[in-house]
Design a binder for this molecule. Structure first.
Ligand code: CDP
Ligand code: CDP
Length: 220
């Protein structure tokens, strides 16, 4: 029997983390864990409850009293927030643009760390996010930092939104991604960084299939 493996993947928005992770998980028979979905789910709940997102204590209390589950089905991962399916709701632009409030709060991250490490404990996982290679699973068997030029990442996101029938206003998307990148790279707690010994893959000009094949080529 082969040993169980843990793969950690980080990178900025549109670098291909979730699509690549899904392919890697499927090909290698691993569990795919989208940690961004967890921060998104908390944000959706905070917004629905009308919580002041500037108020850290309220955010921490919310995180400590929320159940987030990722249910794996044939068609993909279903995200349950306190038992409710929020798979689509967490992708709305107003959620995306407000995730930074939860993501910058230290105790919220501690709470997510416990949940994520517990899931990864059993092994045979591909976990992706912003701090997986640096904070959550620094001893993962394989660590990848996926990247692509800013222009390419915006182009990918635009195409994705259009394919999903969503309206994409002129320069709004590019501005939103720039702001989110900046917040993810510069926050005090667990900023996005290239981890020591992480394999860096610049996928600019690569198709999704090529990017996934590059990642898989490193995994023995
Ligand atoms: O899919 P996309 O790259 O646009 O974003 P995501 O992975 O769903 O993550 C949404 C936001 O959650 C990020 O911009 C981060 O601010 C935050 N996040 C985080 O702080 N730490 C993680 N491990 C994952 C996401
Ligand atoms: O998770 P992350 O934000 O890093 O990126 P993603 O959601 O996996 O990818 C964003 C979009 O870019 C998706 O529609 C992917 O299919 C597409 N993509 C691509 O066209 N070429 C790649 N090499 C990687 C992703």
């Amino acid at each position: 029997m082969r040993n169980k493996i843990t793969i950690a993947i980080d990178g900025p928005a549109g670098s291909g983390k979730s699509s690549v992770s899904k392919i890697v998980a499927k090909r290698l028979g691993l569990l795919y864990i989208d940690t961004g979905a967890m921060y998104r789910a908390l944000t959706l709940k905070a917004m629905k409850k009308g919580i002041n997102l500037e108020e850290e204590t309220a955010l921490v209390e919310l995180a400590n009293n929320t159940k987030i589950e990722l249910i794996h089905q044939k068609e993909g991962t279903v995200v349950l927030l306190d038992g409710q399916d929020v798979t689509d709701g967490i992708r709305e632009t107003n959620v995306t643009n407000n995730v930074f409030y939860l993501a910058r709060t230290e105790e919220v991250r501690e709470c997510m760390k416990k949940l994520q490490r517990k899931i990864a404990e059993k092994g045979d996982v591909v976990m992706e996010g912003r701090d997986i290679t640096t904070v959550i699973l620094p001893d993962a068997d394989y660590k990848f930092y996926l990247d692509a030029s800013f222009e390419e990442r915006v182009k990918r996101r635009r195409k994705e939104l259009e394919q999903n029938g969503k309206q994409v206003a002129g320069s709004g998307l590019s501005k939103d991604i720039k702001i989110r990148d900046e917040k993810d790279f510069t926050r005090k707690i667990a900023p996005l960084r290239k981890a020591k010994y992480a394999i860096v893959i610049d996928s600019t000009g690569m198709s999704l299939e090529e990017e996934a094949a590059t990642v898989i080529s490193y995994i023995k």
